[in-house]
Design a protein around this ligand. Structure first.
Ligand code: SF4
Length: 431
């Protein structure tokens, strides 16, 4: 089988779980499209560009399907949930469409299609879960994701996620602990606990309690989590991070915008002042914390003055990095019908302005690390040069260094010699 995954870490985790189910009925992974008997595309619909990529990929597979009619082609994930049988109407060479709540059915559906070929669509239960006994077929070898909850209750006005992933459902703590132990037994050193909003975890303990227990599981060398809604990040979690042993000093805290008018229109439920107070509290407890964020420009009603306030805001916060996006109109969300939609040229101009300011901040933050020694978890050879290895700091910064005796999964000390905006270069520190 060939798996293609688009979108966020949650989709990566879902793909691994579906691959785990398909492994139980005899499928193994291949990178070769021609060798695959099954191609499964796990989709994202958060932005129009993500959907365009999926449609492009589905179109490219038409010729392959014609050459090899026995090939089973399936589409799962958020776009499958949103589009349902429209996908098959648009591309009849797709065999099956499974919504986000039906992904646990993937093996049963594939089995039945092996016996009898007919179109199959099920997007009926957006709030279904993958059963706990699934053993995910994990990619990578050092770092992996463990979902702790699914769905979202927040209904930010631009976001399609609550409509395609349903309401929040938390997994039981014992299932999560068992899965972490299983991942560690497979050799993974770094665990990232995943949820659309991990701080509203409600599986019988708080998220701070949950992460405290996972921190003590033998073999977990590094522990991360994402994503945190600023309205829910608790003092208890900050204390757990400060007292934790393996919990990394990195918080991805999406702010989305830097002025109250737009935050209110986005239904983010906090103000700039509240966010700044939270940042202050986090930095007081975790002086070496790295803070990253997401920012959206071009939201309906945004003016140049709003953007100027946002630029001032990011100068004040000094994020280590920001993932910057252009607002993408998603039909079915409230913001799609808001007046004063921003034109494309203005969106791009504002994105450039935002990136310019943030890139200067990111570079300055990274330059401050030049000459210091940081702990790096080795990931392996870089994609472009096998003499160069990559790894990450506890603060989640990418580090490149000349390869010596190191192996993927080693924790080593690296002296930073050169900083760039998105990465650090260094040399292995033998002392
Ligand atoms: S918190 Fe807001 S942006 Fe994040 S998934 Fe939920 S609705 Fe979407």
């Amino acid at each position: 089988m060939k798996l293609l995954t688009y979108g966020c870490q949650m989709n990566v985790a879902d793909s691994e779980r579906m691959a785990g189910l398909l492994r139980q009925i005899g499928y193994t992974l291949t990178d070769d499209f021609d060798a695959a008997d099954l191609i499964l595309i796990n989709t994202c619909c958060v932005r129009a560009t993500a959907e365009d990529k999926v449609f492009g990929q589905i179109g490219r597979l038409k010729a392959l399907k014609k050459q090899k009619p026995t090939l089973i082609l399936g589409v799962a994930g958020c776009m499958a949930q949103k589009e349902g049988d429209n996908l098959i109407k648009r591309a009849p060479h797709i065999d099956f469409v499974l919504g986000t709540g039906q992904s646990s059915e993937v093996a049963r559906v594939v089995r039945s299609l092996e016996l009898e070929r007919k179109h199959f669509v099920d997007v009926s239960n957006v709030s279904g879960d993958i059963p706990s006994e699934v053993f995910p077929l994990r990619g990578g070898q050092v770092s992996t994701f463990v979902p702790i909850m699914y769905g979202c209750n927040n209904f930010c006005t631009y976001c399609i996620v609550p409509y395609v992933r349903g309401r929040e459902r938390s997994r039981k703590p014992e299932e999560i602990f068992a899965e972490v132990k299983q991942a560690v037994a497979e050799g993974f050193k770094e665990i990232t606990l995943l949820g659309q909003n991990v701080n509203s975890y409600s599986g019988g303990m708080t998220f701070a309690e949950l992460i405290g227990v996972v921190d003590k599981i033998s073999g977990v060398e590094r522990l991360r989590f994402m994503t945190s809604h600023p309205k829910d990040l608790s003092d208890e979690l900050i204390a757990a991070m400060a007292g934790g042993r393996h919990i990394c000093e990195h918080i991805h805290l999406p702010v989305q915008y830097g002025n109250d008018k737009i935050l209110k229109r986005m239904n983010r439920v906090y103000t700039v002042e509240k966010y700044l107070e939270l940042v202050k509290k986090i930095r007081a407890a975790l002086p070496h914390v790295s803070l990253t964020t997401d920012l959206i420009v071009g939201f309906p009603g945004e003016t140049d003055d709003d953007l100027r306030e946002t630029l001032d805001f990011i100068r004040e916060v000094q994020f280590d990095a920001a993932f910057t996006f252009i607002y993408s109109k998603r039909s079915g969300t409230p913001a799609a019908t808001f007046p004063a939609q921003v034109d494309d040229d203005t969106k791009h101009r504002r994105l450039d302005a935002l990136m310019k300011v943030q890139n200067e901040i990111s570079l300055a933050k990274n330059r401050a690390l030049e000459g210091t020694v940081v702990e790096v978890l080795v990931e392996g050879a870089s994609k472009t040069d096998d003499k160069i290895f990559t790894g990450r700091t506890r603060s989640n910064k990418l580090v490149l260094f000349a390869h010596g005796e190191e192996r993927a999964g080693d924790l080593i000390n690296v002296k930073i010699t050169q900083a760039q905006t998105w990465l650090l270069k260094g040399e292995v520190n033998v002392l």
